[in-house]
Design a binder for this molecule. Structure first.
Ligand code: HPA
Length: 285
């Protein structure tokens, strides 16, 4: 499909989300307890699910198909350590030309089909000077500097209330549970920007002054859209590089990808532990 051009809120977008949610529900997504958006470094997590069903994004109505070479993205439903989960691979970004509605449609549809919790993962640059590549940071809060908001447009009750409280976008109970599983886990504020360029050192100094610890080009819009629909959201960043100016080294996408691949095992372990913990002892509100 081509990027949609209307606003991310409103009847046309609601109809797309409902059609997609109905298709997902036919594959049993409604029985999943957790949806996981797989960012860089976790892409292969869908392969380890037991009892799995994989649906190509291209076979789902209104699902934006990533334009990355060789990988159209898919939805994988299965079981991890006793927990029924749905994994979304093939996230799309606004810097590729996709609209805000396209970017958040997948998380809205899984929420609409009944999944209560959402884990968003991403690759991020470390702004805090003590962060090193390979660190994992759980997102305690975010700065939305992506220049957009998923709730813009004619109001649709199905997507949340008109003015949504943002005091706790990342669910405290789920975040505390994740933290309890890995003593080395860092915590901090993620700033979401549009991209696709990396930042200048002056911009990174500005973001640090504003309170950001890590930076990336995804996650905030998905978190806001899912939270508005009542999902309990938890966010996890893999620090793949020092942000611009922190060490003076130039940033390269290849290094970001390589750091992601290197940390894959630890990320798998943490997410599997999170699933095991939720299966054994659900987090109540
Ligand atoms: N900046 C923005 N996005 C990123 C970075 C970064 O340094 N690293 C990984 N994603």
């Amino acid at each position: 499909m081509n990027p949609t051009t209307d606003e991310p809120n409103g009847p046309a977008e609601r109809m797309r989300v409902e059609a997609l949610a109905a298709a997902l529900a036919r594959h049993g997504v409604g029985e999943c307890r957790l949806a996981i958006v797989l960012g860089s470094g976790l892409k292969s997590f869908g392969d380890v699910l037991e009892d799995r069903t994989e649906i190509a994004c291209a076979d789902l109505p209104h699902w934006p198909v990533p334009r990355v070479e060789g990988h159209g993205g898919s939805v994988v439903i299965g079981t991890v350590a006793g927990l029924r989960v749905v994994c979304l691979t093939g996230r799309v970004h606004r810097y590729e030309g996709w609209s805000v509605g396209d970017v958040v449609r997948g998380v809205r549809a899984v929420r609409r089909s009944g999944v209560p919790d959402l884990l968003l993962t991403n690759a991020a640059g470390g702004i805090r000077e003590s962060f090193v590549p390979g660190d994992l940071m759980q997102i305690e809060d975010h700065l939305n500097l992506a220049g957009a908001n998923p709730l813009v447009g004619p109001h649709e009750d199905a997507f949340g209330s008109r003015f949504v409280d943002q005091s706790e976008v990342y669910h405290r109970g789920l975040t505390a549970r994740l933290a309890s599983l890995d003593p080395a886990l860092k915590r901090g504020v993620y700033v979401g920007i549009l991209g696709p360029t990396y930042e200048t050192p002056a911009e990174i100094r500005m973001f640090r002054t504003l309170g950001a610890d890590a930076i990336g080009m995804s996650t905030v819009l998905e978190a806001m859209a899912a939270h508005a629909m009542g999902a309990r959201v938890v966010g996890l960043s893999l620090i793949t590089n020092h942000a611009a100016g922190v060490t003076g080294a130039r940033l390269s996408h290849d290094e970001v990808v390589a750091a992601g691949t290197e940390a894959e095992g630890r990320l798998h372990q943490l997410v599997t532990g999170f699933c095991r913990s939720l299966a054994a002892d659900p987090v109540d509100d």
